[in-house]
Design a protein around this ligand. Structure first.
Ligand SMILES: Cc1cc2nc3c(=O)[nH]c(=O)nc-3n(C[C@H](O)[C@H](O)[C@H](O)COP(=O)(O)OP(=O)(O)OC[C@H]3O[C@@H](n4cnc5c(N)ncnc54)[C@H](O)[C@@H]3O)c2cc1C
Length: 265
């Protein structure tokens, strides 16, 4: 690890000021500290968000659940509010990594990092959530911009994510067994503005699938999903799975996800 300094501000305003001056934000450290230990990152100066109480917590606001950026995966998984309103989101959080990762990792860190195999980005995109930052609210459709790339500007911090409560939703992933990241993960939601399908693990970052959304908009059934041909052309191929294998996984997982969503209500 390269040498670094660390500051622990007590307010979002102070954290934003430090970040604007070039300090790197530290949330749960599950990604950032690992890259620093391997000397793949040399931030020099860290600003730890862990002492800012207002960044943690889960609350219902009208027809949405608002979750603070520093809320740990474990808290989302165990939240009675989330389980009651968006059970798919609680279930997603409960299957991230292992116990240690869930105890430390945060919603804001995951969505800021935007790993192409991470689970939360598919829920943010699949539910049509809004990423609240120190400067603005960013619609999920504008936020994710490909592998490890987002609409966040330099020094802009995520403060919370606002998830509209869907009619029904489900998330199913096929684990990469060593890391438990998604080899493919599929989030489906019936929302006020129609069916949304977000896929993670399969491409150059999370993406929506127009063909599945159209078919499921006409008929929200596993059979309708099964009738959609998944094109492997733009999907990832690596040592874990070919593009064709991932395309087949998308088809299988969306059918299971729709069946699971229908069982909810
Ligand atoms: C072994 C292992 C298994 C994992 N398995 C999964 C899995 O199955 N599914 C999954 O989705 N994830 C998985 N993860 C990822 C993990 O859950 C964390 O979400 C992820 O590491 C980032 O969150 P963090 O809070 O640790 O962020 P950090 O590592 O602290 O930060 C990550 C990046 O986000 C930036 N950042 C952090 N917070 C903010 C903020 N509020 N505003 C702006 N920028 C910010 C940081 O500057 C940094 O660039 C796994 C991680 C590990 C180590």
């Amino acid at each position: 690890m390269y040498a670094f300094s660390i500051e622990r501000p007590a307010s979002v305003a102070d954290a934003a000021q430090l970040a604007a001056a070039g300090a790197k934000v530290l949330a749960g450290g599950q990604t950032l500290l690992a890259t620093m230990k391997q000397r793949l990152a040399d931030p020099g100066r860290l600003v730890d968000l862990g002492s800012i109480a207002s960044l943690s917590g889960i609350r219902r606001e009208g027809d949405a659940i608002v979750i603070g950026a520093m809320t740990r995966h474990l808290a989302v998984a165990e939240s009675a509010e989330v389980k009651a309103s968006i059970p798919a989101l609680a279930a997603l959080a409960s299957h991230i990594g292992d116990k240690q990762v869930r105890a430390m990792g945060t919603l804001g860190g995951s969505v800021a990092n935007n790993d192409p195999a991470a689970c939360y980005p598919s829920a943010v995109l699949g539910l049509g959530a809004t990423v609240q930052t120190t400067e603005r609210g960013i619609a999920a459709d504008d936020y994710f911009q490909g592998m490890f790339t987002t609409a966040l500007k330099e020094g802009e911090l995520i403060t919370a994510i606002r998830f509209p409560i869907p009619k029904r939703a489900a998330y199913i992933k096929f684990n990469q067994p060593a890391s438990r990241f998604a080899l493919v993960g599929v989030f489906v939601a019936q929302t006020a503005s129609g069916v949304r399908v977000a896929i993670t693990g399969a491409g150059n970052g999370v993406f929506r699938h127009a063909g599945l959304e159209a078919a499921l908009g006409r008929s929200f059934t596993a059979q309708a999903a099964a009738g959609v041909k998944i094109d492997a052309a733009d999907l990832n191929a690596d040592i874990h799975a070919s593009a064709a294998y991932r395309a087949n996984l998308i088809s299988v997982l969306i059918q299971r996800a729709v069946t699971q969503a229908l069982a909810q209500a």
